[in-house]
Design a protein around this ligand. Structure first.
Ligand SMILES: Cc1ncc(COP(=O)(O)O)c(C=O)c1O
Length: 393
């Protein structure tokens, strides 16, 4: 093993202001968290509905651990598939109006398993350029060829679809994780039908956020299982738990249960986690106020930024990007915000393209308007004090 190569690559990251370290959080995930005895107003979590620390799922996880213990002990197809897994899969399928669903240990695992199993040698994966890393890696793991198209560019997508006679998969995030913008799924689905391609949608940031009932992008765009035959979403973001699922026709789910390697060859998520996910799903179904609060917070945040002349990318979801551009400036801004008691995602390459470092503000239904006002004031003041001028586009 070449330690000198590792040392050199770490050094390169550090000198480009790209080194990242985890913050040690000493509290539950919530709108206020604690780190090294400092309280931080949290605008950096994907816990969009405030379910990560919800009393119903805390009670469910405790009760389920009493009943089923901690570990699942094996993979799903050996002896790890317990009753809470089966109940969760049925409930998720019903909620998103699909015949069946299969759970995975994480969204990353789901996307790897999904693309590896579905897209085979001789097939072609056509993917949005800004798709999440797990979809990029899933395409690499599959034996299919893959191509990317410029972000949400329908003409470019159609050109690629037209060019290849292969069996094709179009793969896209519904809500892009670093920009918060929504893919034009209706048009993408129409193109897929026109060119007989299978549409695979990752709704990690749409599930629990989009649609009147929070069912996600398919509810928002009114797309049935013919239009979006392969629907994937995560359980660790709006649902506040952990894991992921794929939903679709029974045949798809039966197939993935046999052939998705990240399902077959891994230990099942603990049953208690499945029970917590189920409790949060029930809370989502019975509590539409959370969704309304989230949307109202999103509008309020954008209004406050407009008033203070802070440029925010065009997004109608919980993810609100404030473009900075330069890595060093973003780090200085991030440190300043932390010193003022505010935590916001400071996103740099390689997560986003070069020269597009940004603050990724994530909103929760649990934030108050006062907390949002304070956030925007502190960002404005910090930009001024650090003489940071946002790029014009
Ligand atoms: C669009 C998208 N897909 C997949 C994932 C991976 O999900 P998980 O964190 O459950 O592995 C993420 C989150 O990080 C994501 O943003």
């Amino acid at each position: 093993m070449s330690f000198s190569r590792m040392r050199q690559q770490l050094q390169e990251r550090a000198s480009a202001h790209l080194l990242r370290t985890p913050l040690i959080v000493d509290s539950p995930q919530d709108v206020i968290i604690r780190s090294h005895s400092q309280k931080l107003l949290n605008f950096a979590s994907n816990d969009y509905l405030g379910f990560a620390n919800h009393e119903a799922s805390i009670a469910a996880i405790k009760q389920s651990a009493d009943q089923y213990g901690v570990g699942s002990g094996a993979s799903h197809l050996i002896s790890g598939h317990q009753k809470p897994h089966a109940e969760l899969e049925s409930a998720l399928a019903e909620f998103v109006d699909r015949e069946s669903a299969i759970t995975f240990a994480s969204g990353y695992a789901a996307n790897l398993g999904l693309l590896q199993a579905l897209a085979q040698k001789g097939d072609l994966i056509i993917a949005d350029k800004l798709n999440h890393a797990s979809l990029v890696d899933g395409a690499k793991l599959s034996a299919a060829d893959s191509l990317r198209y410029p972000h949400c560019d329908l003409a470019a997508l159609e050109k690629r679809l037209k060019q290849s006679p292969a069996n094709k998969f179009v793969v896209t995030d519904s809500v892009f994780s670093m920009d918060g913008d929504i893919a034009p799924l209706k048009e993408i689905a129409r193109l897929c039908q026109k060119y007989a391609a299978t549409l695979v949608v990752d709704d990690a940031h749409g599930f629990g956020v989009l649609g009147a009932q929070g069912k996600g992008c398919t509810e928002y765009f009114q797309l049935d299982s013919q239009s979006v035959p392969v629907y994937m979403a995560t359980l660790g973001k709006a649902l506040g738990g952990y894991g992921a699922f794929v939903a679709g026709d029974q045949i798809l789910i039966d197939y993935l249960r046999q052939f998705a390697r990240t399902y077959v060859y891994t230990t099942a998520m603990p049953a208690a986690i499945a029970s917590a996910n189920m409790a949060n799903l029930n809370t989502l179904k019975s509590n539409q106020d959370k969704l309304k609060n989230l949307m109202s917070n999103m509008h309020y945040f954008r209004e406050q930024c407009r008033e203070k002349q802070i440029r925010v990318g065009l997004s109608h979801t919980a993810i609100q990007p404030i473009m900075i551009g330069d890595n060093a400036q973003l780090i200085a801004l991030d440190e300043k915000l932390k010193s003022c008691g505010v935590l916001v995602g400071a996103i740099r390459p390689p997560t986003v393209p070069k020269n597009s470092a940004r603050l990724r503000v994530t909103l929760s239904a649990s934030h108050t308007k006062e907390q949002i006002t304070r956030l925007v004031q502190i960002i404005k003041q910090s930009l001024q004090e650090l003489n940071i001028v946002q790029p014009s586009s």
